[in-house]
Write a protein that binds this ligand. Sequence first.
Ligand SMILES: [Mg+2]
Length: 228
Amino acid sequence: MRRFAWLDLRGTENAPTAPLPSGLSTKICFGLLAARFLRWLPVKRAVFLDRDGTINVDKEYLSDPAKLEIIPGAGPALRRLMDAGFLLFIVTNQSGIGRGFYTLADMEAVNLRLRLELAKDGVRFEKIYAAPEHPDQPSRGRKPSPQFLFDARDDFGIDLAQSYMIGDKLIDLQCGWNAGVKKSILVRTGYGASVERQEGLRIEQAWVCDDLPAGAGQILAEINAART
Ligand SMILES: [Mg+2]
């Protein structure tokens, strides 16, 4: 009987309350069913990636797509993350635009080449978030701000607590921590090795891995261990 209790909301002769407006009880019932169904939908989780020094070799204000160099093994590693159900996002500070070193169009040309190169391994990024401002200018999303991760949460339904952030600078790790991700991961490529040497206790909450493939491997090992 309990499952049909909603029918009583319409009111009967014995009910002291007024009947609900026509259709409202149906909407309430539908809402309850939808809420129950949504609980069984899989969680959307993501890996957020810094670009320069993490996915591609850091060449200091890269603006020429021809000079893009993908870190060895990055493509297959990202594909493995996708196969495990992770959505991929790039979160990049591009202050070279704000400094006047190159244009937004230059950055987009580099991003396009990056997408095309990694697409050869079946990699797809859901979105590339970029902060083009000079460090002295106000910015909505410049790392260590977690704003772009919040945007991804809101726009793509990402569960940040089940997601990861990977980068080669302290601000990348802080961005992840500020957003409440499961783990921030420092790679030793780019500036990562010097960050590891210099930051000591400030990075003790992070995993430190040799490179992006190693970081991806550690994520996959953790989620596989959680399943068993
Ligand atoms: Mg970097």
